[in-house]
Design a protein around this ligand. Sequence first.
Ligand SMILES: Nc1ncnc2c1ncn2[C@@H]1O[C@H](COP(=O)(O)OP(=O)(O)OP(=O)(O)O)[C@@H](O)[C@H]1O
Ligand SMILES: [Mg+2]
Length: 230
Amino acid sequence: MSSIILEALDIAKTYHSSAVAVEALKPCTLSFSEGEFTVIVGKSGSGKSTLLNLLGTLDVPDQGDILLQGKSVLKLSDNALSRLRRRKVGFVHQDYSLFPEYTAYENIIMPIRLDDRKEEEETILGIMKTLGIEDCKDKFPGEMSGGQQQRTAIARALAIRPAVILADEPTGNLDAATSREVIRLLSRASRVYSQTIIMATHDRQSADYADRVLSIRDGVVKEMAVTGQG
Ligand SMILES: Nc1ncnc2c1ncn2[C@@H]1O[C@H](COP(=O)(O)OP(=O)(O)OP(=O)(O)O)[C@@H](O)[C@H]1O
Ligand SMILES: [Mg+2]
């Protein structure tokens, strides 16, 4: 039995923009175990990013609570929350969120440096190699393709070996072969390093590699039967 690392207790989110209110996430309760690889599938606008942002504490739910290693993250001070997030949570954003004035390598090691730790260059280069971006080491985001930037964002999330990786459409800009490599890498990371991985995608095929599949539709999250290879 593996232990639970991340829990969402009755969380919900409604966005109020102009005249309309969008119930982006209806109340839901979820728990994620150590080393579990979860795929969240759903159409555009179904609420995938909303759910990931809440789980990753980048956004605050209207109700409910998020527990990371049993601790309520909503009760933490901003400082304590940033520290916890930096150490425990790796986020791959849908829009990459790389810093344009830093090279790929500098972007990747940034969370480690911010945490006052020294990066292991060999490990970082190994991750870059696996992701096929070793040639991008000294390139700036503006000099890389969308797919290369996406892989840099994935490398950045992997580099700190966080307990939990939240990946928002990490393969959205990759060709089919690279996409499969990335999913395999994430799946391997979940097993080898017992990392908990939660990935949102449109691509139902990536569910083949998942331990668990959640589907989301109009903000309603449902657990799906899994036929994957684990
Ligand atoms: N900041 C916001 N303000 C207002 N409405 C928002 C905001 N963010 C998301 N929404 C709305 O909430 C709903 C869910 O959006 P969300 O971004 O979570 O979907 P998604 O499943 O990630 O879509 P995609 O696959 O296109 O990334 C959508 O109807 C969207 O328009
Ligand atoms: Mg999204």
